[in-house]
Design a protein around this ligand. Structure first.
Ligand SMILES: *Cc1c(COP(=O)(O)O)cnc(C)c1O
Length: 322
């Protein structure tokens, strides 16, 4: 093992970088839910973070740490989702030029938001072209620094600051549920939880259809799966990262999965009872807690709501379903 893994020290550094820059998002609770579960549940609302998701934390931390030459040359990222907006906004705030490689069929709202932050968008055809190759080619030709979505020490450390805040704000927790895609959020959360609340059991939660993380944990090595079909579009990654996996393997209590129907029920609960918009991927941790995927009676439970960016038409359909 050669790559140095990030530590809680890196989370603390990220927390200093983000102080006064990222929102210290609120922690909400629902008496109805607490009564139903016989537990105390604390929701860390990263759906209310800048750009509507925790990804601003990691993106800003990674770009803020670049040297003057790298900043002058600019950064590149490939994403159609929240990472694109995070890199675009963070780069603009830091006076760095951003290029985002995005599929030509990306939702118009996401594209417009990314452009609105001043990023240059490079289109690709997701059926015939490889976005990573395009981004690496641009990086080489133009001297841009690639900002990866999850497998990077500064990204992981930045994402870990959300759980650091949650634990500071509510005190000890018995269990914590965190959405899992490529594992940047979960590995950062583990670094924070291990340091601040070592007895807290941390669970990663994936969509049922994209359970590569669970398979990897069981097998003890990174398992690659085909493109998953789930409404949790921020967590349909096909494999964990070389940095995120060892942290997760060594520190996570377990990885759980939830169905799309359970995600829809959670979205409906947040809209109807708590008056907040949470995107399907953002509901992963909540769905595991609401369905008591592990025993929770009498416990203090943290849930990370990771994002709130929805396509309004699709969101409306989800709210009406069931
Ligand atoms: C990216 C994302 C995730 C997954 O994060 P990873 O660091 O890739 O595991 C979860 N929820 C939302 C809203 C996201 O944008």
């Amino acid at each position: 093992m050669s790559a140095a893994l990030p530590t809680y020290e890196d989370v603390l550094d990220a927390s200093r970088v983000l102080d006064g820059i990222a929102h210290r998002t609120p922690v909400l609770a629902s008496t109805t839910l607490n009564d139903r579960l016989g537990a105390q549940v604390f929701f860390k609302c990263e759906n209310l973070q800048r750009i509507g998701a925790f990804k601003f934390r990691g993106g800003y931390n990674a770009i803020a740490r670049l040297g003057p030459e790298q900043r002058r040359a600019g950064v590149v990222a490939f994403s159609s989702g929240n990472h694109a907006q995070a890199v675009a906004l963070a780069a603009r705030m830091l006076g760095v030029a951003a290029t985002i490689v995005m599929p030509n069929d990306a939702p118009r709202a996401k594209r417009a938001a990314t452009e609105g932050y001043g990023a240059r968008i490079i289109d690709y055809d997701r059926n015939t072209e490889d976005r990573e190759a395009i981004a690496l080619d641009l990086a080489q030709k133009e001297g841009l620094t690639l900002i990866p979505p999850f497998d990077h020490p500064h990204i992981i450390a930045g994402q870990g600051t959300a759980v650091k805040e949650l634990l500071e704000d509510v005190g000890g927790l018995d269990a914590l549920f965190v959405p899992l895609g490529g594992g940047g959020l979960l590995s950062g959360s583990l670094l924070a939880a291990r340091a601040i609340a070592p007895d807290c059991a941390v669970y990663g939660v994936e969509p049922e259809a994209g359970d590569d993380g669970l398979q990897s944990l069981r097998k003890g090595e990174i398992v690659r799966i085909g493109p998953p079909q789930s409404i949790a579009d921020g967590a349909v990654t096909q494999y964990l990262g070389k940095i995120t996996f060892p942290i997760i393997r060594d520190q996570v209590r377990d990885i759980l999965t939830v169905s799309d129907a359970q995600l829809v029920a959670a979205m409906q609960f947040f809209a109807e009872r708590m008056k907040i918009v949470v995107e399907p991927t953002g509901c992963l941790g909540a769905a595991a807690a609401m369905n008591q995927c592990v025993p929770m009676k009498g416990m203090r439970v943290g849930v990370l709501l990771s994002g709130g960016n929805v396509d309004l038409a699709r969101y409306g359909q989800h709210l009406q379903a069931g």
